[in-house]
Ligand binder design. Structure first.
Ligand code: CP
Length: 332
């Protein structure tokens, strides 16, 4: 395992794509081609229209069963996957793994076999270990699709896709944009997936901003511009994506104190004024107000943080229908 590639094992593309290069599992953005990423975004557009209507349900996944397997805490991802599955008319089980029989010594594979015996069609997996979703995808029955809902500091593909969807909706053509990702990139699965997605989709310029201790060694090899000075890095950007300090993944002291971190890297109204006047502010959540962002900015007119949550529904509906081999035919 190295700083740039925290995933153990080989690249997954033969695992996540069918022979026809359709999505079979969604484990990672890395390696997915531009046409497939654009297809996901375009399919999500048709679901966005549906989500604005009075009747928000379509029968695309009627008769399918989705199991949410969350081994790590989550608010947004878990609930939006659950709601997305319900809007597609699937049956949904949300297991709280801390209250499941894995705590009594049952192995993960035995748990999976039991869920397979209930004729589940899809597993949505969040886990603290990088590679967990890949492991499950390798071991499930061939008819079951696996979607990675965040594994360690490796990948969070649906978050990256909903972030790109948000940028496209609010700022248009990606190739014209300067996008800054700020903060704890080292421990962030979101940043890693976003960088791959933005570069695959030919975004104009992707910057990462943070202290040396919180940027992966050699991060520039991922095709980003590196800044350690926040004011310099924010200058003229169109999109600012703030990241949380991932305390749960830190072993040791990466910053002197939260107070000092806020002084150097906190997004205040004064700092945001250095970006383009119509720049948008994003955050995957959960946000730590007063650590990486002020309430004035998080709740301010340039923030699209809650729109990200809404668009998460559309992206997750698109991905869930695609891994089931269903293309959306959503009534206009
Ligand atoms: N963005 C994100 O993954 O949030 P949750 O941890 O609440 O799911």
């Amino acid at each position: 395992m190295n700083a740039l590639n925290p995933r153990p094992g080989p690249l997954p593309n033969t695992l996540q794509l069918t022979d026809e290069r359709q999505l079979r599992h969604l484990l990672d953005v890395e390696g997915l081609g531009r046409p497939l990423l654009e297809q996901i975004l375009d399919n999500a557009e048709s679901f966005a229209g549906l989500n604005d209507q009075g009747v928000k349900k379509v029968p695309l996944l009627r008769g399918k069963t989705v199991a949410n397997l969350f081994f790590e805490p989550s608010t947004r991802t878990r609930t939006t996957f659950e709601l997305a599955a319900k809007r597609l008319s699937a049956d949904v089980m949300s297991l709280t793994m801390s209250a499941s029989s894995t705590t009594k010594g049952e192995t993960l594979l035995d748990t999976l076999r039991n869920l397979e015996a209930m004729q589940c069609d899809m597993f949505i997996v969040r886990h603290a270990e990088a590679g967990a979703a890949h492991f499950i995808a390798r071991h499930v029955a061939p008819n079951i699709a696996v979607i990675n809902a965040g594994d360690g500091r490796h990948a969070h593909p649906t978050q990256a896709l909903l972030d790109v969807f948000t940028i496209r909706r609010h700022k248009g053509e990606l190739s014209r944009l300067r996008i800054a990702i700020v903060g704890d990139v080292l421990h962030s699965r979101v940043a890693r997936s976003e960088i791959h997605a933005l570069n695959t989709l030919a975004a104009g310029e992707v910057r990462v901003i943070g202290p040396r201790t919180l940027l992966p060694a050699g991060v520039e090899r991922l095709g980003v511009q590196v800044y350690h000075d926040m004011d310099e890095g924010l200058r003229d950007v169109d999109v600012v994506i703030m990241l949380r300090l991932q305390r749960e993944r830190m072993q040791g002291a990466f910053i002197p104190s939260e107070h000092e971190y806020f002084q150097r890297y906190g997004l205040t109204e004064a700092r945001l004024a250095l970006a383009a006047p119509d720049a948008i502010v994003m955050h995957p959540g959960p946000a730590n107000r007063g650590v990486e962002i002020t309430s004035e900015v998080a709740d301010g007119p340039q923030s699209v943080i809650l729109r990200q949550v809404t668009y998460g529904l559309s992206i997750r509906m698109a991905v869930m229908s695609m891994v089931m081999g269903v293309n959306p035919k959503v009534p206009a």
